[in-house]
Design a protein around this ligand. Structure first.
Ligand code: B12
Ligand code: SF4
Length: 557
């Protein structure tokens, strides 16, 4: 359905709206499409999942519906991570004219059930479904919704309510992660302690054939900018800095560094205003190479999520780039690298797969995501596979996410083997390179040593903030990792020991004292966590209910 064909809702901006994410619990197998292998956790789901108690665990809110709520003037509730009961309660406790449901492809079973519940419990509501789930061909026959919105949702919702779709985008103050947990410890949630999420744009113009976010927002050559200029972005970031007391931003933009003019203007303003911010960004190798290391460091880039895919894959973003060298350089400049490698590309075979995984692991990134090559509905790759008749017919959409098994016929690798290779890749990266927390500590130390006397005080201040953590809690964690890793890989344990000694050289008293005092507590919590995980412990996000422009409904007699 084209958005332009949709008529404005009769109540316009007076319509009462509920925006909900799909219901949990998530980390379990159920008939609605929850999967134990697919918890609502970014790192544990697809990055550090083999790292046991050293896995970084945290939740992220559903930013799409938060953005929509912030940018309409209608009374609107956001219900995030509800249970089915909480969703039912909200539908009956309030009358909603519009119920918006947000989901991705794996969630289609839940979206179906939620539409059914709305029809039953709030039959007068108009149902709008948005997010990546809308990309499934024929989704209108799978769910009972009135409108299915493909692509950018703020402008759609504004149009639907008769509001100005081109009005400037207001950015909600979003704390990027919550309930962070590592080595069995729940980290305290103090104001300013966690980065803020900032979303400058959606989509990516590079248009890699498998990329669902690029395809969803227009494909090759297209994307939607919420903030065109560095000036606009700077203003938004200043507002969020003041509200959340943060200096650190998780920049949720598929290829932030590709937009060099915007990034360089942001840098100029950061310098003029003495902003010692740190940015975690997603960027492709070709985009990173548009900058010198000093530009990246001055811009505060402290963490980069970069697609490594495979050296033989031929993606244009990797062309002409020695990604191994780039990874090394970034780390030497104190920039943590999160690599992302695809398992099961067309040229992979059982004979070369182990070698390809070995090569990916040898990049020694701080974090490493592995994903199966996956034709996802809506992408050029899906279209191609469908035309070639290679899509497997009986794969549930709940299992189409790249962390389980192939959903297509690969020329050389079987479905069962796809999972074996994927699991092996995660394990090998952990076993050979150690916990990601240890690798991060390496990178922080390298950065600090290189930049502690840098002329720009903003840069010095940032590295000083980072090394403070290294000297205290992280050094205690190194002590534990060194001990625990003896059982996994003695040579890595020795490397951790050496790093700890180096950290202690930087700050002999504090680092040693913290290792001695906090270390044993962390060791105890790490071992307790291992036992809990072995017994099947999982984690779920809390439910959020937030209202904006809210006025209680007027009762009609
Ligand atoms: C944060 C995130 C998560 C968080 C949780 C988010 C949450 N609370 O649900 C975590 C880390 C837990 C997560 C988990 C998973 N994720 Co995820 N995730 C993301 C990420 C990085 C950002 C999402 C985001 O906020 N984007 C910015 C907002 C503004 O965009 P948006 O959400 O698309 O919303 C816009 C539109 O879609 C639309 N819209 C959205 N909802 C609605 C609702 C209505 C009513 C309307 C009208 C419009 C609308 O309007 C919004 C504004 O334009 C995206 C990648 C990306 N760049 O988007 C992947 C992404 C959404 N995840 C993806 C996947 C596959 C997963 C996992 C299956 C893990 C995996 N194996 O990769 C799990 C599934 C979790 C589960 N059990 O359901 C895929 C989805 C693919 C697909 N086509 O379905 C994406 C696109 C990543 C990718 N490129 O592969 N994820
Ligand atoms: S560069 Fe990354 S975000 Fe952009 S299209 Fe390719 S995979 Fe997607």
């Amino acid at each position: 359905m084209k958005p332009s064909q949709v008529e404005t809702h009769p109540k316009g901006s007076h319509a009462r709206i509920l925006l909900s994410s799909v219901f949990g619990p998530y980390a379990q197998d159920d008939e609605f499409g929850s999967r134990a292998i697919n918890p609502m956790e970014l790192y544990h789901n697809q990055v550090t999942r083999s790292q046991g108690s050293f896995s970084l665990r945290m939740f992220h809110r559903s930013w799409g519906i938060m953005m929509i709520q912030e940018n309409i003037s209608a009374p609107c509730s956001v219900l995030d991570f509800p249970t089915r009961e909480a969703f039912a309660r909200e539908l009956t406790a309030n009358h909603y004219d519009i119920v918006g449901i947000s989901g991705i492809i794996v969630n289609v079973g839940k979206v179906r059930e939620m539409c059914r519940m709305v029809r039953e419990l709030s039959p007068d509501s108009t149902i709008v479904v948005g997010g990546h789930v809308a990309a499934i061909p024929g989704v209108e026959t799978m769910i009972d919704a009135d409108h299915i919105v493909r692509g950018e949702g703020i402008s759609w919702m504004r149009r639907y309510l008769g509001e100005d779709e081109h009005a400037p985008i207001r950015h909600p103050a979003i704390v990027s992660g919550l309930r962070t947990r590592i080595m069995g410890m729940l980290l305290p949630e103090r104001k300013g302690g966690t980065a803020a999420t900032i979303i400058p744009s959606v989509g990516c113009p590079m248009g890699c054939n498998f990329c669902t976010t690029s395809a969803f927002f227009g494909g090759k050559g297209k994307f939607v900018n919420f903030y065109e200029t560095g000036d606009e972005l700077f203003e938004v970031m200043c507002g969020i800095e003041a509200e959340l007391k943060v200096k650190s931003f998780f920049v949720m933009d598929e290829n932030f560094l590709l937009h060099r003019t915007r990034a360089m203007r942001l840098l100029e303003l950061m310098k003029e205003n003495g902003k010692s911010w740190e940015l975690s960004v997603f960027a492709s190798a070709n985009a990173i190479r548009k900058y010198t290391m000093l530009e990246l460091v001055e811009l505060g880039v402290s963490w980069v999520w970069m697609g490594l895919e495979s050296p033989k894959a031929g993606y244009s973003k990797l062309q002409g780039n020695d990604v191994r060298q780039l990874t090394r350089e970034l780390r030497e400049h104190g920039i943590r690298v999160q690599g992302s490698t695809i398992v099961g590309l067309e040229h992979h075979t059982p004979d070369n797969m182990a070698e390809e995984i070995e090569s990916a692991v040898s990049y020694q990134t701080d974090f490493h995501q592995f994903m199966l090559y996956t034709p996802v509905p809506g992408t050029p790759l899906y279209q191609e596979m469908a035309e070639q008749g290679r899509l497997l017919p009986d794969v549930d959409f709940a299992d189409v996410h790249g962390q389980f098994k192939f959903n297509f016929r690969h020329a050389a690798i079987s479905r069962e083997d796809s999972k074996r290779f994927l699991d092996w890749a995660f394990w090998r990266d952990f076993e050979r390179n150690g916990p990601s927390l240890y690798r991060m500590c390496q990178t922080i130390l390298l950065g600090w040593r290189r930049y502690k006397d840098y002329p720009d005080p903003r840069v010095r201040e940032r590295f000083a903030r980072e090394v403070k953590k290294l000297r205290s809690a992280y050094n205690a964690a190194l002590w534990v990792m060194e001990k625990e890793f003896e059982k996994v890989n003695r040579s890595v344990s020795e490397k951790i020991h050496k790093l700890r000694r180096e950290v202690e050289k930087e700050s002999p008293v504090i680092a040693r004292l913290t290792a001695a005092s906090l270390g044993p507590i962390l060791l105890w919590s790490t071992r307790r966590e291992e036992k809990r995980l072995a017994k099947g412990r999982t984690y779920e996000p809390p439910t959020f209910l937030e209202r904006r422009n809210w006025v209680p409904a007027v009762e009609t007699p």
